[in-house]
Design a protein around this ligand. Structure first.
Ligand SMILES: Cc1cc2nc3c(=O)[nH]c(=O)nc-3n(C[C@H](O)[C@H](O)[C@H](O)COP(=O)(O)O)c2cc1C
Length: 211
């Protein structure tokens, strides 16, 4: 009895994806953990030696929260955006499918039940081994709708993506994970495969996992 209870507890803590779940309800993020901040800054680095070890649901939850989670009752996030436009959409390409993060509900929504990691970068071995490749995309239509000048959109979109990239780097450093931001990507092809709306701006991907 004791043994089976222990097994159940372990399964919960280390639950990983098996089939293409339509909605992955993430557990609440752990907002108290992590290394001291100055140590995290010092340990932030690009790591390309990423194994195929799966992330636990808790780690996936903490990762999405760190990247662009909601921190305040008014819906503001871990990443800043000009006029709080919140144009960043975080995608997670995993073996069983492409998911989109919904920060308000803290859920991952299935976009496509197929493995898009091979399209995520020219370092294909690294991208297809990592359990998750994060793709922060700017939905620039939001800025257009609010009449941001075109030259501002060109500056803000990559800047906004950069904040999310750094959040992911810092979470990786804090939790002892491996990640690297990759610009060596056929972004046009990836955007097509992801079936992104026309105003989406995609520049980089981040394979993420354990060493
Ligand atoms: C915009 C950008 C694009 C990058 N593209 C790649 C890439 O395609 N592949 C890769 O292995 N590293 C890539 N890097 C990682 C850099 O090589 C790395 O940040 C740099 O060598 C400094 O190392 P550090 O991140 O450990 O400080 C990129 C970094 C940036 C900022």
């Amino acid at each position: 009895m004791k043994k089976s209870l222990c097994c159940l507890a372990l399964c919960g803590a280390f639950a990983c994806l098996t089939a293409a779940d339509k909605v992955i309800k993430l557990p609440p993020p752990d907002k108290t953990g992590g290394k001291p901040f100055m140590q995290v800054l010092t340990e932030r680095k690009s790591k390309r030696n990423i194994s195929d070890k799966p992330l636990t649901m808790q780690e996936l939850s903490d990762l999405c929260y760190a990247a662009t989670g909601v921190t305040r009752p008014d819906g503001r996030r871990t990443n800043p955006t000009a006029r709080n436009i919140q144009d960043i959409v975080l995608y997670a390409a995993m073996k069983d499918g492409l998911y989109r993060y919904d920060p308000a509900k803290h859920e991952l929504l299935l976009e496509q039940a197929r493995d898009l990691r091979p399209f995520c970068g020219f370092q294909t071995q690294m991208h297809t081994t990592a359990p998750v490749v994060l793709i922060p995309v700017s939905d620039s239509a939001k800025m257009k709708a609010k009449r941001f000048p075109t030259d501002r959109i060109a500056v803000y979109a990559p800047m906004h993506i950069g904040f999310v990239v750094q959040n992911i780097y810092l979470y990786a450093a804090s939790g002892g994970f491996a990640t690297v931001v990759c610009g060596a990507v056929d972004t046009k092809k990836l955007a097509e495969e992801m079936k992104l709306p026309g105003d989406s701006l995609l520049y980089v991907t981040m394979p993420f996992g354990r060493e």
